[in-house]
Design a protein around this ligand. Sequence first.
Ligand code: BGC
Ligand code: NOJ
Length: 815
Amino acid sequence: MAQYGYFDDAHREFVITRPDTPLPWLNMLGQDEFYGLCTQTAGGYSFWKDARLRRLTRYRYNNNPMDNDGRFLYVKQGKSVWSPGWKPVRTKLDAYECRHGLGYTRIKGRKDGVEVEQLMFVPPQENLEIWKIYVRNKTKKTQKLTLFSFVEFCFFEALNDMTNYQRTYSIGEVEIEGSGIYHKTEYRERRNHYTLFGCTRKVDGYDTSRDAFVGVHHGLHDPKAVFAGKCTNSHAYGWNPVGAHQINLTLKPGAEETFAFVLAYVEQGDLPKFDAPFVMNKTKGREILKKYSDLAAVDAAFASVKQRWEDLLSIYQSPDVPNEHLRRMVNTWNQVQCMATFNLSRASSGYETGIGRGMGYRDSNQDILGFVHLLPERARQRILDIASTQLSDGTCFHQYQPLTKKGNADIGGGFNDDPLWLILSTAAYIRETGDTSILDEPCGYADKPGSKDTLLHHIETSVSYTLNNRGPHGLPLIGHADWNDCLNLNCFSKEPNESFQVTGDIAGSKAESVMIAGLFLYAARDLAALYRFMGKADDAARIDGHYADMLKTVEEQAWDGAWYTRAFDAAGNPVGSKSCKEGKIFIESQAWCVLGGAGQTNGRARKALQAVAKYLYTPEHGCALQYPPYSEYHLELGEVSSYPPGYKENAGVFSHNNTWIHIGWTMFGEGDKALEYYLSICPSAKKDHDKYRSEPYVYAQMTASQFSPTPGEGKNSWLTGTSAWSFVTASQSILGVQPEFTGVKVDPCIPKKWKGYTVQRKFRGVTYTIEVKNPKGKSKGVKSLLVDGAKVAGNIVPPPTDGRKTVQVEVILGA
Ligand code: BGC
Ligand code: NOJ
């Protein structure tokens, strides 16, 4: 079993010790408007706000080798050519290390006594990334070498960029000024922005034509200019503009040279576009290079990246959690992933190309659950943006483009779970902040431009939509699909070139979803509690009534004997029932009926979880989505039956839905099970990286299940709803610190042998230090709650009324 790296928890870094990881291991740079994907070999690309509409550098997906474009450096030293990140040249290095940290990646490579370090990060609130470079002579002899930088520019609109060569090969334009390479394709006409790739020191040459620097018949692993030892000072006119600098260095024994490269997205704003015909006004670009030519400014920018993360993470910290995997995930990496999913939704990762999907309606609402504590103001805005893509009949655009905030139906529509997730995100925001004013914010409907309907109006529209669109069993109609995008009960697709996600007529269909019924129960409880908090007892009672009706329907119509049925198809036949030949039991209906409060009084909830344990769970990989997998394609079920057994929605381990089961166990006080299940999908706990292959520090969307030939193989890391829900599971359900409308609720559910732990939680401007003690070896139940030494009944810590900013809480389990 090969060893690829380790966690350096003290520095909140994952250290990769060899570059040939089983798959590219990615990090995410940037958290405002400028983003970069960066792998352990400096692969990846950068974009501003929108990976489709403002892509700055190129990246070729589905390539071989994988991950073959990026922020590359080449060293020419005598006859040898190497890259400090190993790729693209792949010359064997004498030493290599990559540290993925919070918002930065630091790669170090050494060959023949010369070490090159490349530290990449995006300063807060700036539209640029910096690569700080250190070149060190570790020998006792003077070393002469040439260093080259390289990026390939993207023409901003990524889809056109990678498909329309008859045009794109004739539009590329650049300007060069000193060490600044200005990529200005389409700037003469409709664009008012450009990309700058510059160096903070004087350069000895440059190239901007890919053909000149790399060569038409060469690759990034053997660029002509590098092997020749010098750039050609080429000026791209059409074809493929690149940015490459040449820097000649002579280093005395032990000497170090430092400088930086800056890749910036610049909007010209009101400045004149040109100084002279064809000569762009470069004022802003020059200012950027000037600012960072002072390396103290580079260091200050890096320090602020680190400080920002320290500040964010200080909102929730539990440094002494007894389990190391849960500890590092909840304190660091899970929160980092929550930031990424909040920012990028499902748009841009190693698996999401930035042109396929944008901000998902259901996805982004769920992402807020794991993010809202970090930056509630941004969550607030996001909720309003998402709500604005709902239509006035209650349906929603399934996604929107981040740049335009306009919804679209490119990946389908009519997913009937979509409207309800808005209630969960809004409730989470108000629990975190107490700010109910968000409900009065006008956010209109996508089909009523200029409409001023409030967020609360949207929420009530979502409730009515679900109630008014029910099928023969009284259960919510599924529409195109529910959370399981692949349960396409109205698709009936026979044409291989059709997308399952957009095909099918849902009008008049009777197909129903038990998962949506469960989600409705959950949302209704949230909403009723919110109304109660707001003193609106009548509204709360009205919603309680809908809750009771839906609960009755679920119990009468959806119990299959030992678990909850998943759905009823368009012909009224059950899906996920013992009467089915395949797909007898699905995870989502167990999860959502339990989370929604079904089966509490009649023992069914526990039975449903036990059925999950029996048919779906393995401790090594987690819970498969359903059982048995479909071995044949079912016209009436759609994409779910299209995947090979054990992959994706056809009985793969879909980590996202596993987390709901973890929460389910905590509802029953099963702290040992909750942790065991939590660890079954936890990336940090994966032991065999050759088998798991994906990053050990972030969740993957899915792991091949026990029903596949490659059980345990992780896929589609980073952008998954698993992130938010795992953070909710760990921070709220297991460690038990739950933001409530009226204060911080403490309700842990932990393994019996845990003796205790502390959580530091900043909440509404007050820092709570919550010490949980477990003297009697219990899993759940608060016996006593002391707030600053005074006994408080129940388990909600009320916010201080006397202006105290720190509160000490002692919780003893054992009720
Ligand atoms: C995938 C789903 C995904 C959907 C998005 C499907 O091909 O299997 O996981 O939600 O595409 O459009
Ligand atoms: C991934 C999608 O992003 C999400 O919206 C969906 O719920 C799951 N796949 C399950 O199909």
